[in-house]
Design a protein around this ligand. Sequence first.
Ligand code: PHE
Length: 339
Amino acid sequence: MTEKIEKLMSEVATLAAKSADEAEALRIKYLGRKGVLTVLMNDFRNVPAEQKREIGQKLNILKTAIQDKINELKEAAEVQQNAGSSIDLTRTPYPISLGTRHPLTIVKNEIVDIFSRLGFTLAEGPEVEDDWHVYSSLNFADDHPARDMQDTFFVESHPDIILRSHTSNVQSRVMEKTQLPIRILCPGRVYRNEAVSARAHCFFHQIEGLYIDKNVSFTDLKQVLLLFAQELFGPDTKIRLRPSYFPFTEPSAEMDVSCTICGGKGCSMCKGSGWLEILGCGMVDPAVLEANGIDSSVYTGYAFGMGIERIANLKYQVKDLRMFSENDIRFLDEFTSAN
Ligand code: PHE
């Protein structure tokens, strides 16, 4: 028995395999159910008791030696096989690419951040809305052109239900159920029946602000908007307000900022004027306050609204509006944000 074990020990040391299959065949030959080692273990039963201890130890050493040798052969065969294939296990892995925030989200967060420091809180409302909250409660006359089929998307068979064409529906919803004073910011998606092109889309994003309290004046509005523009575009930014018209504000204005490219000297971005239009604003029309249950002899308020795509265009000079909704990763990867 001892002789057999010693012979096997030297045999095992010389074992070799050219492939994983050959190594497996050796495993079966030596360690399998009918393998050499199993036969030897069976013979062990007949070993006289006084030799059992010594031979048992030798058998164990032999078993470990066979197992180690076969594992070694298998590993070597695998490395060799991989070296011959196109898989290179030593190559460093591709870096895992993390997603980025969408440019519109980055700009929205920036705007929200500026106004939240001034005490504005977020409010949201439905995109599928009734006529009252989008138009009637905001002083749009029954025949106002914004209700026209060319502008508003109607829900077929429910002429009263529409896709909101501005975020002002949230103003109306907040006014009808919130205690005064109100100081809110409403970001959201809006829809208009426009042919999709580089400069127009059938949906885009707005952010709107509303402040109602006692003694709110146009001066407050102007100061808040100046601060906003300087926070967003830099401390040298100037603003100007031009008279305008919105059904829900009186007086109404459109605000321009000094050109973000040339600083006001005139360039192709501002078409030589030195100014870029960025938002609409005004004092909430007393008729709107009354329609929403607020006493206009006690309270006044201002509102402003802007397109987020427009602001993003000014910040990043995106030439084609469609880029914002196509989700081309090469475009999205261009943008990074701190939060
Ligand atoms: N709702 C207006 C629009 O969609 C923007 C606006 C909001 C203007 C608030 C004045 C005050 O064009």
